[in-house]
Design a protein around this ligand. Structure first.
Ligand code: NDP
Length: 602
């Protein structure tokens, strides 16, 4: 943890009070129910603006070795790692018109990765690619996803603009029957699900949302036909228009400066301000990152993960806003829990946190000329209550004459929509266009969410089994009763802000499981005892960070203000320890999960 400047106990008490007040005025009784999904009458919000006409094809009735559900980085990495193990037919099924996942869908102006590209872009060592910017634009990342898919020959069997509608285990053929919304019904010996965590867009349930007669869309389906321009800007279609944007999260912070450049007038409807720290993006060369050394990307990625996971590291290779604030992420991490003198550590953490947040509030004051606007842009909560963001153009945008900040905190968000625009605090804002930067639903895209019905042995439905007995897995990947089904990036494993790194470790693990089962002609399935033992490991070390989330302003990190769901959901010692554990387990115990073709029921 950094050594902060001294803050008086009165100053800390005042901050605590202010944070409580700000939280209380934002908590809504309807919590996550305040949002609408993009279905039924709102289904058009989720349509694919990039794919063009779906290519007609005959439904498939064949058999592949592995079906991978999802063509984002999780699915691409699973495919690539399977290829590395010599697995033959790998079929990736993807809703979008191409590979890329979140980077396929999100193409809004200003889109960049907020994690350093040299650690975020996976398989740089394997592809020989060196990113051109410290924080890459979205299109560079999307192209890299395509690069990996091409290199590992994943296009040959991929199905695009296709959604999997059910997975059913067929004991007789020892395969999963995969059905899709394009009429396919094929078999796959193994299924790997890589359905992402923030993939279903959500809309605010603002009263009257359906009455608005102007143009609307969500940032993850950017309508360039209306705005003109590209992700680099030049939104000529917005010239002279009154444009509103709802949402100031990580997406809003990136898109607002671009809208400000081109809109006739921009109204930013803010409910909770983000923390917006220095970005300092710059072009990078291979020399800057030591890309002439073998294994440079792996070393850099490992170094970043160690630091943001609160583990010791001899040097800080990335040296950015994430690594310099890693101490403030520690409250979520094992290093915080391991502290002997817990009270002293918590006290030091609170002081460091206050210093950081004071710095960010001072940054707002320094940059934003209008005192009232600056005051409204200041975040009043602890660091990382919401996803930290970084920009050197966001606060500056509010100094423009054509930008108005509208604070909606007192009305729990935008109050009402009418035919002509938006109403907040009794004031009507007439708009030609309203853009929703309102984020994504959490916990709805995994196989346990029920959106994708999964029936295992004896027709047991996974979602129902988990609802009755709670989630049951070994390491988060496999479950008794659901043979040869591997879930990537899900519950009961460990995550990190650098999610592609986590996905790659999971993909390596999944490919090793498949390769081992193939070598032995076996079925992958943990025993109930193995699941029990894993759940005990999770329960024993469950981190007590509920106190932190319970004091935060509402958002998707804390179930819209309710704190975390009960029960252990993640490996308590963090991602570095989890990846070590997986490596050891693969060497020592992987055979335990392999059963013969007709596994006995346990
Ligand atoms: P968020 O959920 O973080 O933000 C949604 C925004 O909409 C919030 O500001 C929210 O306010 C606001 N909002 C919702 N409903 C209303 C309402 N009724 N009235 C007014 N405002 C409302 O979504 P994002 O798309 O910004 O980010 C989602 C995640 O995607 C990030 O946390 C991050 O993990 C990822 N991301 C990553 C990027 C990267 O570079 N790697 C870039 C962008 C996103 P409130 O906070 O009050 O709820």
């Amino acid at each position: 943890m950094t050594t902060p400047q001294a803050l008086s106990s009165e100053a800390l008490a005042e901050l605590r009070r202010r944070y409580r007040v700000e939280r209380e005025r934002r908590v809504r009784p309807d919590g996550a129910r305040q949002y609408l999904g993009a279905d039924a009458e709102f289904g058009y919000y989720a349509e694919d603006p990039y794919a063009g006409e779906a290519v007609a094809r005959e439904p498939l009735r064949d058999r592949v070795d592995v079906a991978v559900v999802g063509g984002g980085f999780g699915g691409i990495l699973a495919g690539a790692r399977l290829r590395g193990r010599g697995v033959g037919r790998v079929r990736v099924i993807e809703k979008g018109g191409d590979f890329g996942g979140t980077w396929y869908w999100n193409r809004y102006p200003g889109i960049h990765c907020d994690i350093e590209s040299h650690v975020y872009l996976p398989m740089l060592d394997e592809t020989g690619y060196v990113p051109e910017w410290k924080y890459a634009p979205g299109e560079e990342i999307r192209r890299h996803a395509v690069r990996i898919a091409e290199k590992f020959d994943l296009y040959a069997d991929a199905l695009f603009s296709t959604a999997v509608t059910s997975l059913t285990w067929d004991e007789r053929s020892r395969a999963w029957i995969v059905t899709t919304d394009r009429g396919d019904e094929f078999r796959a010996t193994y299924v790997i699900t890589a359905t992402g965590t923030l993939s279903e867009l959500k809309l605010p349930g603002i009263p009257g949302i359906e009455d608005f007669k102007g143009h609307t869309f969500h940032t993850s389906r950017w309508d360039y036909a209306y705005t003109g321009g590209t992700p680099d800007g030049g939104l000529t279609g917005l010239a002279g228009k009154r444009v509103g944007v709802v949402g100031t999260g990580a997406t809003g912070v990136q898109v607002i400066p671009k809208l400000a450049e081109d809109a006739g007038h921009l109204y930013v409807f803010q409910r909770t301000p983000s923390t917006v720290d220095v970005r300092a993006n710059r072009r990078t060369t291979a020399q800057d990152v030591g890309a002439d050394r073998e294994g440079w990307a792996r070393a850099r990625r490992d170094n970043f993960l160690r630091i943001v996971s609160g583990e010791s590291a001899e040097e800080d290779l990335v040296a950015d806003g994430w690594t310099s604030s890693a101490g403030l992420l520690e409250k979520l991490l094992p290093s915080f829990r391991r502290q002997g003198d817990r009270a002293a550590f918590e006290a030091a953490y609170e002081v460091a946190d206050a210093a950081k947040m004071n710095d960010i509030r001072a940054r707002v004051e320094r940059i934003v000329a209008d005192a009232d606007t600056a005051e409204r842009l200041k975040p009043w909560y602890r660091y990382a209550c919401k996803r930290p963001t970084f920009s050197d153009a966001y606060y500056q945008a509010f100094n423009r004459d054509n930008v108005t900040l509208v604070d909606t905190a007192d009305t729990h968000g935008v109050e009402r929509m009418t035919e002509h625009g938006v109403v907040v605090g009794g004031t009507a804002y007439a708009l030609d266009c309203l853009i929703f930067a309102t984020g994504f639903s959490v916990g709805v895209s995994g196989v346990h969410s029920g959106r994708l019905p999964v029936h295992g042995r004896d027709g047991v439905r996974l979602q129902q089994a988990w609802r009755q007995r709670g989630p049951r897995t070994l390491h988060g990947f496999t479950s008794n009763g659901f043979p040869n089904l591997i879930q990537l990036g899900g519950t009961q494993s460990a995550s990190s802000v650098n999610y592609t790194h986590v996905l790659d470790e999971h993909a390596v693990h999944a490919a090793a499981l498949v390769a081992a089962a193939e070598a032995k002609g076996a079925v992958i399935e943990p025993s109930r005892e193995a699941e029990d033992a894993w759940i005990a490991v999770l329960a024993e070390g469950a981190p007590d960070h509920e106190w932190f989330h319970a004091e935060c302003t509402p958002g998707y990190y804390n179930g819209e203000g309710r704190g975390r769901p009960n029960g252990p959901i993640a490996y308590p010692d963090g991602a570095v320890a989890f990846h070590d554990l997986l490596r050891r387990w693969r060497e020592e115990s992987m055979d335990d999960i392999l059963r013969d073709g007709n596994p006995a029921r346990s």
